[in-house]
Every structure is written in C-alpha cells, then in structure tokens.
Design a protein around this ligand. Structure first.
Ligand code: ADP
Ligand code: ZN
Length: 736
C-alpha cells in the first residue's frame, strides 16, 4: 500500500508539472486529490483564486474514464474547456449551445473513453437522453463546482442544483467532490445535507487573499477620481461595479469619452450584447467593464488588476466576492471603494418595500458593510473576522494599515465594555450594548430592565456617544476579546481572551473611525495621501514583457482564445526574468507544461532568443544556467515577493530560509544585475539618517566588501545585516 501511495505521489507531482507546468501543489490541493482518487466524498471550501479547479482537473486526467463537472454557467464551462484544451487535455462541454453533430461527437468521445472531463449544466443533466447516455459511460467521479448554488442561504441559489444528488445516484455509485468559495457555516451545512455527504472530508483554507489591496475613498469628485485611477493603471484589466443599470451606462460612456476602452454589462442588455461585451473583456479588446453585480460569476479571468466599487455594495458577502475577482493569478489586485453616506441612504430606501424578515436581514448586512467602511481597523482583519476567521495581527497592506487614522489608547473602557456584555448575559448586539453603556433609553432597555444594571450609563464617564462605543466594541471584537455567535449573528460573547483581559487588563491601541462625510463636505478627495501600492522597480524586463504580451495577444487572436489561455501573466513575467531560450527551459517556467510548450512555445522562444541576442543579455541567463532549477525557482519567488513588498522575514519563513541565507540569495540576484527595491523593508528597520550615512559610504568607498565596511563603522552599532541590506539598496540604485 505504502509503495502504491508513494508511486501515486510521484506521478501526481510529475503530472502536475508535465501538464500544468506547476512545480508545487498549492495548499491542500494534493490531499484533496488523494481523497477523491481514493473514492471518497470531498468538500472543498477555498476562496476565489486559491486553485480549486485543479482539485478535480488533475484527478480526472489521471483516472480512467470521464469525470463529470457540473457548473452553473455556460460561459464558465467554455472558458475552462478552452483552458484545458490549451494544456492538451481532452475536455468538452455538453449544453444547449451545441449543434446536433457536436453533441454526437461529445457523446461518442465519452463512450469510447477518450474524454477526460465533461462539463455539464444542471439543467442538461436532468434531460432524459443525457441521463441514459451517462449511465452507459465509464464515469470516474462527479465534481460540483460553485456548490453554494445548492443553498437558499447562499447568494446565488439555483433550484436545479438541488436535484443533483438524485441524478447522480441514478447514474451510479460515484464519489462526489463539491467546491465553493462561500463558506458561512449555514451554507456549508445546507450543501452537505442536500448532497448527503455529511461524511465528506472537508478541506477549508484561509480566506485571506494576501495579494489584494483594500482601500476606501470618500466619494468626492468620484468621476474625476475614477478616470484618474484608471488612467494611472493604463492597459490593465479592471471591473467597475455600479449599483444601477443607468450608472453602468453613464460610467462606461464617461470612460470612453476619456479614452478608456470600456463596455457596460448588466441584466438589462440583450443576451447577445452581454455575451459580446464579456468576450471583449476576456479577449482584452477592452480594458474595463462597468457592471452591475450581474457580472462576474464564472469570470475567471486571472489578470483583473483592479475592482472598483463606484457605489457602495449591499453586503460584505457581495463585496468580498466582487473584490475577489481581482488578482486571481496572485499578482496585483487593487480593490477600491468610493464611499458616501448618501449611497447608504439610497440602499436603505430599496429595502423599504421588502417583507419584514428580508428587510431586517438586508439592514443587518448593510450595517456590517457601513461599519467596515468606517472603522479604522485593518481591513483584512475586519473582513476575515466577518467570515469567522480570526487573525492575530494587522496585515500592513490595506489603507488603514498604510495610512492609519488617529490612534488612541484605552484600557478601563475595554473592561467596562466586556463587563456590559457579561451583565447583559451575552445575548445582545453592538448597538444594544452601546445604548446600555450610554444610557440611551429605548423599549428594549426598559423591557429587559437593563437600566438597573451596574454598567448602565457608566460609559458616559468616558464618552457620551453610542457611536464611540460601537466602534470600540467592534474593534475589540477584531482583536479577539469578543466573539460572534455563529448561529445568531450579531450577538456578542466574551471570549477566553476577553475573560483573561478583565482579570489582567493592559493598554490597547485603537483607531478613530473615518469621517468620510466630513471629507466629502470639505471636498477633500484625499488624493494627496494616495499610497497605492505600486510595484516599484519591477524585477522583470519590462520591454521584453511588453513584447511577450503583444505576441500573446496576437496568438490569442489567431486562435480565437482569451490571451490568458495561452500563457498567464505570472508565466510571462517569469519568462521576462529568466529568458528561457530552449524548450526545456521554457517548460521550467511555472504554469507552462509540455503541452503548452508544444502548442505555443516556438514563437515565444524565438522572440526571447532574438531579444536576448539583440540586447546582448547575459546576466539573467546566468541565473538559469548556473543554478539548479530549484534554486532559480527560489530566486524568482524572492524577486516576486519583494516586488510585492512582502517583509523579508515572511519570505524567509515561507521558503524555510534563515535571514542570512535570504540576504545572500538577494545579493546573488542583485549581483546578477536584477534591480530590487528593498526600501519598504529597509525603511522599517534603519532610520533615514543612518541610511544616508551608509549610502554615502558606499558611494565613495573603494570596495563594497562588507568586512571593510564593518570596520569603517566600528562603534556605530550597525549590524552586518544592515550593511548588507544597504549595499543591496546601493547597488540596485546605482549599478543596476
Ligand atoms: P478558483 O477556482 O479557486 O477560484 P482557479 O482554479 O481559477 O481558482 O485558480 C486560480 C489560479 O491559480 C489560476 O490562474 C491557476 O492557474 C493557478 N493555480 C492553480 N493551482 C496552482 C498551483 N499548484 N501552482 C501555481 N498556480 C496554480
Ligand atoms: Zn491591514
């Protein structure tokens, strides 16, 4: 058994590289694949962009027979089939858009075992004739993508999805793998029940999307700000979400007038126009789609670089889903929301006519969104906390982390707030608690007799405003002192950490809320503070990357495929970093399997070869030739991480390197001619004056030898590492 397992492991990893061009599995991918290959029901909950598709694609390829993939949208199916075909895999879809002849071919391929993946919409699955044929076929397993469509609690309920279980039973006794990016406990339970897979092994990973940058701007001069933002991101793909069809149309037009290629997308357009506009976006004929929330599901374009919420969204669920469409490939993804209280008032008006429970729910969701926008706490901690994931530190990569609001310290107030939760029996939400603290009387306070509690009105000694207390309570919840009741959302309880805090309190730093309305009233668009995380000095050869992208576009057009199906951005960036000039070197690029080398490699290799010759490039090629494959992978990883301003400690940890090893690797990269910008890190650990001192030294020094430099600075208390980092900075700025 052992041997078989090892054998599978080796082949799986080999197949991963050979077919998909990836050298490593991501997260739980490998365990998931083993589970489904062992014939067990599997439930995968991972955020968008985590790599769910591979979890059923690879096992389908290595299994005998055909895997059925149930997917809600025809557009999505076509997209995935295109991508798999580009990898040289026989995958096809079965849906109402096929002609009779095409249908027959798909069926024939399935029956004679040539087909590895058959994508099918749930409504086609229920058709009698399809069912008959599937019963005859050799089916390996069933994958249910976007499984949250099963649940009425999800945001995209599709009734046909609830029939899947019955149909699958009809086809045979097959293992099922269900996948979704929506993970509230309620939805999760609903899916498991409906699919009768309570026994399934659940693989749930963090919902953190590390590469996404979250920012909220006051909605002042929003049109101008929008145009400016998009112009600053010229040539990149982006989505602008608006609330109404009319705004969608207006903004699309506005962008076009301002020389941004943009198209509208909303449910009011006829299906053909809608499809054409979507295709134009996928094929990069336009850079921007302005859309209502009708747009997006099933769009797995990996290189969307920004998602802008021109109007505030209705819920954080929606917001997270929509922002999640940026940066799926792990590269840049900027999420910007324009916020004004007027938009919230508009949304509240829409809710007025809804039935009571629906209205209350909508109001609750909107309230959470409003608090997210206004709170000065780390955005990522807020978002993940909202989805039930506790994070123990700020991310350092959101607007609140990068340009914080005013900070203040509290201690006694926090104890008081926690006591209020305890004295009200841990059964109330933030609003009620703030009312008790500030003695803001209402019917609930009197009916629960909370005006008789010891804490009643005590908060006024610190601050009279209920808003202050709401903000404080929310912030200490993010810090883990309070936790939300999963079954009863809104209700807060004191966590163990909070209990300890009451016993042994310590000062805590909080942030003041944003005051967007004031900024709007003052007409302050806060542009001056713009700290949009730029990708600084790029590690790759920008000129070559430009040429590669142009070639990709040309090839894509010839083949009638979206450009990212040919090669994805991370692959092109790697090519523009390592200059592969043989088929073997090309196959080493992450995301480029042998199938792609054969299909598309030639033209790209020719282009790079010519470029390398023309520019007499040797340096970067050395990286490839001199180091083993693995080493150069680490280098590329380091280059990419630095490019994304990840702390060196984190990079070292990710690759299991000591800090010394990492700095050494960085030195190699730097000495082979790649420019690295470490300022973001150096600025944190060495103050400006000291930086200047060292920089000036290297400027006039006879040698860049570290020992000599150490000697020069004896008594100045510089560590060797500081000097090494400064030498890298110096070389990058002056020499590279
Ligand atoms: P999801 O379905 O979870 O939203 P996808 O399956 O679309 O995510 O994958 C997101 C991106 O990650 C794709 O661009 C895919 O090519 C890439 N990817 C998936 N698995 C790996 C891996 N093991 N190594 C590198 N990239 C991967
Ligand atoms: Zn943050």
């Amino acid at each position: 058994m052992m041997q078989v397992d090892q054998f599978i492991q080796v082949t799986l990893k080999e197949r991963l590289k050979e077919i998909f061009g990836y050298s490593q599995f991501r997260g739980d991918q490998e365990a998931i694949i083993h589970n489904i290959l062992a014939g067990q029901n599997t439930f995968v909950i991972m955020p968008t962009g985590a790599g769910k598709s591979l979890c059923y694609q690879l096992p389908a390829i290595v299994s005998g027979g055909t895997a059925i993939v149930i997917s809600p949208l025809i557009a999505l199916m076509k997209n995935q089939v295109d991508q798999l075909n580009a990898f040289g895999i026989n995958a096809q879809f079965l849906n109402s858009t096929l002609s009779k002849a095409e249908m027959t071919k798909v069926k024939k391929d399935t029956l004679n075992g040539n087909l590895k993946l058959l994508y099918i919409a749930p409504e086609s699955l229920t058709k009698e004739e399809n069912l008959d044929f599937l019963k005859k076929a050799n089916i390996s397993f069933v994958a249910i993508d976007e499984a949250h469509c099963i649940s009425e609690w999800g945001h995209d309920f599709r009734p046909e999805y609830r029939k899947i279980r019955g149909i699958v039973d009809n086809i045979g006794n097959l293992p099922v793998i269900a996948l979704t990016a929506t993970a509230t406990p309620k939805v999760q339970l609903d899916i498991q029940k409906n699919l009768q897979m309570e026994d399934a092994h659940i693989y749930k990973t963090s919902f953190n999307r590390k590469n996404l940058y979250y920012e909220i701007k006051p909605k002042v001069d929003a049109k101008k700000a929008l145009i400016k933002y998009i112009k600053n991101n010229k040539g990149k793909s982006g989505i602008v979400y608006c609330l109404s069809r009319k705004t969608v149309e207006d903004i699309a037009e506005l962008l076009n007038v301002n020389d941004v290629k943009a198209l509208p997308y909303h449910a009011g357009l006829d299906p053909l126009t809608r499809m054409n506009n979507q295709d134009a976006f996928l094929n990069e004929e336009v850079d921007v789609v302005c859309a209502t929330i009708a747009f997006g599901m099933g769009i797995d374009k990996p290189d969307v670089r920004f998602v802008i919420h021109y109007d505030a969204p209705k819920s954080l669920e929606g917001y997270y889903q929509e922002t999640g469409r940026s940066g799926r490939d792990g590269l840049e993804g900027n999420c910007v929301m324009f916020y004004s209280h007027d938009d919230i008032v508009k949304l509240e008006k829409f809710n007025k006519d809804k039935p009571v429970t629906e209205r209350d729910n909508a109001r609750h969701l909107l309230g959470e969104m409003v608090s997210y926008a206004n709170l000065g706490s780390c955005r990522r901690r807020q978002l993940l906390g909202y989805f039930g994931e506790y994070v123990d530190k700020d991310c350092g990569f959101c607007d609140n982390c990068l340009k914080p609001t005013h900070k203040f310290k509290v201690q006694d107030e926090v104890v008081l707030a926690l006591q209020t939760v305890l004295q009200t029996d841990q059964r109330f939400d933030v609003n009620h608690l703030s009312h008790v603290l500030t003695a803001t009387d209402n019917q609930y306070i009197t009916s629960y007799e909370h005006n008789r509690l010891a804490v009643y009105g005590k908060g006024k000694e610190f601050n009279e405003s209920p808003e202050h207390w709401c903000s404080l309570i929310r912030q200490v919840t993010i810090l883990g002192l309070l936790e939300k009741d999963v079954d009863n959302y809104g209700v807060l309880r004191v966590s163990q950490k909070g209990m300890n805090y009451i016993e042994d309190p310590y000062p805590i730093t909080l942030a003041t809320d944003h005051n967007y309305d004031q900024q709007i009233a003052d007409g302050k668009a806060d542009d001056d503070k713009d700290v949009q995380p730029s990708n600084g000095g790029n590690a790759y050869d920008e000129e070559l990357l430009g040429l590669l992208k142009a070639l990709r576009k040309k090839v894509a057009k010839e083949k009638g495929l979206p450009p990212y199906v040919i090669f994805q951005d991370p692959s092109l960036e790697e090519m523009a970093t390592t200059y592969p000039v043989t088929r073997e070197e090309m196959a080493q690029i992450n995301g480029v399997g042998m199938g792609k080398v054969q299909k598309f490699g030639r033209q790209f290799i020719d282009l790079i070869t010519k470029y390398v010759d023309d520019n007499e490039i040797e340096t970067a090629k050395d990286v490839v030739v001199k180091s083993t494959v693995n080493k150069s992978k680490i280098k590329i990883f380091i280059i990419q991480q630095i490019d994304r301003k990840v702390d060196l400690d984190e990079i070292a940890e990710a690759k299991d390197l000591t800090m010394e090893d990492l700095v050494e690797e960085i030195e190699h990269i730097c000495y082979s001619g790649t420019r690295l910008t470490l300022d973001y890190y150096i600025d944190q650990i060495i103050d400006e004056e000291r930086q200047e001192e060292i920089f000036d030294y290297f400027m006039v020094a006879e040698t860049d030898n570290i020992a000599v430099a150490m000697k020069q600075f004896t008594g100045d208390d510089f560590t060797e590492q500081e000097l090494r980092l400064m030498r890298i900075k110096f070389l990058s700025e002056v020499a590279n």
